[in-house]
Design a protein around this ligand. Structure first.
Ligand SMILES: [Zn+2]
Length: 105
């Protein structure tokens, strides 16, 4: 016949092991949440600086037209290439982001 104290102690040990496992899981979840918060804070900061990037945007560098999408969204200067030009409009495209821009003449 099992001793009551031993049985209760064994149950207490099992609860303890369950919480120890849960503690590790919660700490891992908390680290992931902190990582997500930091990433979101970086996104917010970058979005808040869009006006500054707009003011710094140069539509043309050394005579080569630049992609406004790449500059504003990723702060990367990317050359646009001419897709086609007609008597009425020129069309430019960005090979980096896939944006295209039509400029009516
Ligand atoms: Zn682009």
């Amino acid at each position: 016949m099992a001793d009551v104290m031993d049985v209760l102690r064994q149950h207490a040990k099992e609860y303890t092991l369950q919480l120890n496992a849960k503690d590790l899981q919660l700490q891992q979840e908390l680290l992931e949440l902190k990582r997500q918060v930091l990433a979101k804070e970086r996104e917010i900061k970058f979005a808040g600086e869009a006006t500054k990037r707009f003011l710094d945007f140069s539509p043309s560098l050394a005579g080569v037209v630049q992609c406004p999408c790449c500059w504003i969204l990723w702060q990367v200067r990317t050359d646009l290439h001419t897709v086609r030009g007609t008597a009425d409009a020129d069309e430019f495209a960005c090979s980096a982001c896939g944006s295209s821009f039509t400029v009516e003449i």
